[in-house]
Design a protein around this ligand. Sequence first.
Ligand SMILES: N[C@@H](CCC(=O)N[C@@H](CS)C(=O)NCC(=O)O)C(=O)O
Length: 217
Amino acid sequence: MQDSITLYSYFRSSASHRVRIALHYKNIPFTYKAVHLLKDGGQQHQADFKKLNPQAQVPYLIHNGKGLGQSLAIIQYLDAIFPNKKLFTEDPYQRAKILQFCEVINSGIQPLQNLMVLKKLESQFNASIEQKNSWVTDWNHHYLASLEKYLNETAQDFCFGKTVTAADCFLAAHVQSTKRYNISLNSYPTIQRICENINRLDAFIKAAPENQPDFEK
Ligand SMILES: N[C@@H](CCC(=O)N[C@@H](CS)C(=O)NCC(=O)O)C(=O)O
């Protein structure tokens, strides 16, 4: 049976970006369904979408009728179903180290800069744009410094050695998001070097926000 894959995504969503990289890296064809996170009060809050994903967040993936949210769960699932070009290693410690790296972004930095959190800072605490930017920047530096340290132990061409892993999917997507806040990466030479390497790869180019059907300037 031909696999059918649909990805609900928003071009600017870093969590969706991670999954797009994994899909392109593994050469898995998929249908792109755009969910505009700002238009109409946020299409993620519409009943039809929330029936699929009660979290009201992208990414959301449907594989042969089976749905899944959360980018890390999705990428692990894809890696199991499509084992070509593995994004996780079998070695338990190495695998846990890759997950550790992904989680610094997934459950460390990204939730603090997520749209709903920034909206709440504004509506409940009257935070200005400058205050929100400073909030995002400070949290980024806290976590980016730890990622840089981790990479100094494991990086070669990519985050973990000489082949792409899930960590590279998370890093590329996150670093892309820092551009929106003009966060300086000067203190993170290894992160910068790896991003230069990964962003040259075809899969990473195809997955970039500007190459998505719903891209807007
Ligand atoms: N940990 C989740 C994060 C998902 C997430 O935060 N998605 C954001 C876009 S990057 C979202 O849909 N935000 C909608 C909102 O904040 O209203 C994942 O990895 O999938």
